[in-house]
Design a binder for this molecule. Sequence first.
Ligand code: ADP
Ligand code: MG
Length: 630
Amino acid sequence: MNKEQKTLLARIIIAAVFWVPLFLISEGLVPLRLPKAALIALFLVPYLVAGFDVLREVAEGIIHGEVFDEDFLMAVATIGAIVLGEYAEGVAVMLLFQIGELFQDFAVEKSRRNISALMDIRPDFACLETEDGERRVDPSEVAVGSVVIVRPGEKVPLDGVVIDGSSALNVSALTGESRPREVGPEDEVLSGTVSLSGVLRIRTTTEFGESTASRILDLVENAASRKSRSESFITRFAKVYTPVVCFAALALAVLPPLISTLAGHGGAEVWREWIFRACTMLVISCPCALVISVPLGFFAGLGGASGQGILIKGSNYLEALGRVRAVALDKTGTVTKGNFAVEAVHHSPLGDAEMLEFAALAECHSSHPISRSLKEAFGKYADPARVGGVEEISGEGVLARVDGRSVALGNEKLMARVGAEAIPCRSVGTIIHMALDGAYCGHIVISDEVKPTSAEAVAELKKAGVTRAVMLTGDSPAAAEKVAEAVGIKEYRAGLLPADKVAFVEELLGECGKNEALAFVGDGINDAPVLARADVGIAMGALGSDAAVEAADVVLMDDDPLKLAKAIRISRRCVRIVRENVVFALAVKLVCLALGALGIANMWVATAADVGVMILAVLNAIRCLFVKRL
Ligand code: ADP
Ligand code: MG
């Protein structure tokens, strides 16, 4: 409990302690008679102790021209009750209202804390290696290419590559994965992970602001500001609803007694009765439960998901994710590992080694998975000084000048572009053709592996209610077919350029029903436009790629495709819980309103109902946090 909550609790207790004897006196349950003025004065003490801040809010609201809110409803109703002589009741309503507020504050805090468990990834310091020994500095002061030392129990401050030492890293704060990850020399490490066993020397590859930890924190901090449709609906609803209720109450207070008076049988009693009913109605109609449970439910859902390594950039996307019926998956890096291995070199007048050397050099600036594998197969340092005029053509390959010769490296489309005639290959795999100075000079066969969980993930998606799964790829139909078959995807499209992927996703969007959404899942390498175009763009294992994190609506922090179905299930449940709350709160409200207008429910019942609904709704919303088993 924070300080404010403690103060509020103390005020509630003091006010309640004051209120009980006064209640007994006013009801004549203790043989003590006080003059009316004294009784009012005494009742004002617990009233002000409990509710002075509510009254202050109302005053501020009136000054700023934002009159109608829950505080206003409560203030008018309780003051009305006191003026009408129902002192005990007026004070009690204020007390209950504050108990509800305290509870709600508590709940919001609780889910915020869950999100800040993730905030725990912020590194506090970096242990920088300098010429005269180690120095502890702020991570933001470390330049790219510096060497930092991470000891067991410490957080990795910046993204980098291990140069020395090995350790098991706790990556759970980043990915939700509880198994430690073993790293050794030349492995990449991400900031925000915690070294468990060994001392690591790390050469940093990014600045602090661009590091994984900072980027995730930014993402999470901004998530709450993107509102879902239901959330903005509730805000708009409350804006209209509250004044309507106020005027309805006013009408209830004035019209019936006025009619009675005109008809000749009115009197002070009748007026009192109706004004009291109007106050009751104000109390009943307070939309607290509704107003709090929707944002809280989404908030908890976002928090629960981020604890599982699923970053949803706003509750609008959470809501859309819950409606997903069609999923388009990118092949490379999403369904497959994106770790290509060179299998063979065919039809090349050059030696294999020379062919790979040209390939690795031409790829020296690319970050495509294919490029990585070619550089790996070359095994030596690809000196960028030997390379110039690099042009990477998305979905086709790269053009470059290597040692003064022009190299084209990519698929058949690229060969057609440079006017070289590609020799087709019968091997199954991804075929990378090469042309030197415009003349065809063979191809490299590389193959990728399907991720071990891809097939299960596709099955899980179906179980989660996805009716259509389509795989998209820029690779050849043969390679696509093999992968699609292996994971159980029936529909696939091959040979697509990034622009074709956008067009195809648009086609799919057109085929989606009104309340259905389409998700596109990619690894973020050259598919940012598609990520942005789909209803929900999901980037997978994309913490390394800025463009993807920018363009995506949902970021899966590791590259396990099983997280997809999990994200959908979390969203569905969260949306369902929010709906339950809305229906429940509205139903109780309507019943109470009807009873109140008929004079059956009094203020007590109304407040108890409201605080009760609110507590139940909040507890229900908190369930969104617990998503581990989903
Ligand atoms: P996917 O849709 O499977 O992610 P991409 O659109 O990234 O595939 O690439 C499609 C095809 O374009 C690849 O299969 C490859 O033939 C070719 N290609 C793309 N980038 C490169 C590159 N850097 N080097 C060689 N070939 C490339
Ligand atoms: Mg791709």
